[in-house]
Write a protein that binds this ligand. Sequence first.
Ligand code: NAP
Length: 362
Amino acid sequence: MKVLAVLYKAGQHAKDEPKLLGCIENELGLRKWLEDQGHTLVTTDDKEGPDSTLDRELVDADVLITTPFHPGYITRERIAKAKNLKICITAGVGSDHIDLTAANERKISVLEVTGSNVVSVAEHVVMTILVLVRNFVPANNQITIRKKWNVAEVAKDSYDVEGKVIATVGAGRIGYRVLERLVAFNPKELLYFDYQPLSKELEEKVGARRVLDLKEMLSQADVVTINCPLHEGTKGLFNKELISHMKDGAWLVNTARGAICVAEDVAEAVETGKLRGYGGDVFAPQPAPENHPWRSMRNKYGGGNAMTPHISGTSLDAQQRYADGVKNILASFFSQKYDYRPEDVIVTNGHYATKAYGEDKK
Ligand code: NAP
């Protein structure tokens, strides 16, 4: 079978660090394993425009591997051209870059490696909260890049996490792990907004309170972290109107998906002081253009920006886990057992596997 993988290019970095599995050079460690079984592997990072390598190679591919980090956007048009395509595997978590409705119509299965990077992202969220609240980035720039020493300049925008109200939109695998890690910082209160309540046991373990109305929760929180998937109900959710319900001077952290926020509205909120800062690692589209407002936005003190490229879920530890997960899915597919982990299945046989996806969430 022909396997097509769309990964990012690493160049010398792939040679520097062979554990950097998620790049076109190291190919998730799959090449020998696939070729030993008689399969063909094509890898590319060229994914934009109608004449991209992705478009040319997709035409006769049986299996497609993509990642959320350098997403090959698998639109309805691309699916229509992919006559042999049977399965799309996301190396990571979040398959919103694939038109799932179009995949269902063609009975193409879509799977991802659920849970593979949830600890990595939760750690990044906590780090981003700390970096923003404590004003780390401007302080570090002052010392290492501007070679200055001016405590007042950076202390005037630096606070403690202790005693703050911190809220998560989505309390699934990542959101709950964020809550677990925040307990140690002695917040005033932990809040969550999700369709389903956590079990009493899980709620009590972190001392979190569920708020049924999103706007009400936002109006109470000093720090908000977004940990829900991108879908029709969350696309553009954090726009000017919703942000207006947040506390003045709150911090917003989004490692879920860039398109959950309206980029210009967030940048304006940071620049006008409605938000004290915004941080995260996800943009729409990716790679982010050079003039994306989240690269240049700053608050009135010159800080309030804790953006990184999409790195939170792709630590080297996470890369090993999602590379292993992709291999397991492929092995199950090639053997025609289709005995996938239920939580990995997003769509199959023309249906959303919502039940399986929601099971065993924690
Ligand atoms: P998860 O375990 O499925 O948790 C997501 C939770 O959000 C679920 O409880 C879900 O409820 C809930 N939810 C859905 N829509 C919501 C809404 N409108 N408001 C509030 N809650 C909502 O997923 P996860 O593993 O925590 O991952 C969450 C997201 O993080 C992924 O979808 C992906 O986009 C992103 N992510 C980013 C990275 C990265 O590297 N930056 C890595 C991994 C994941 P239901 O189950 O009832 O729908």
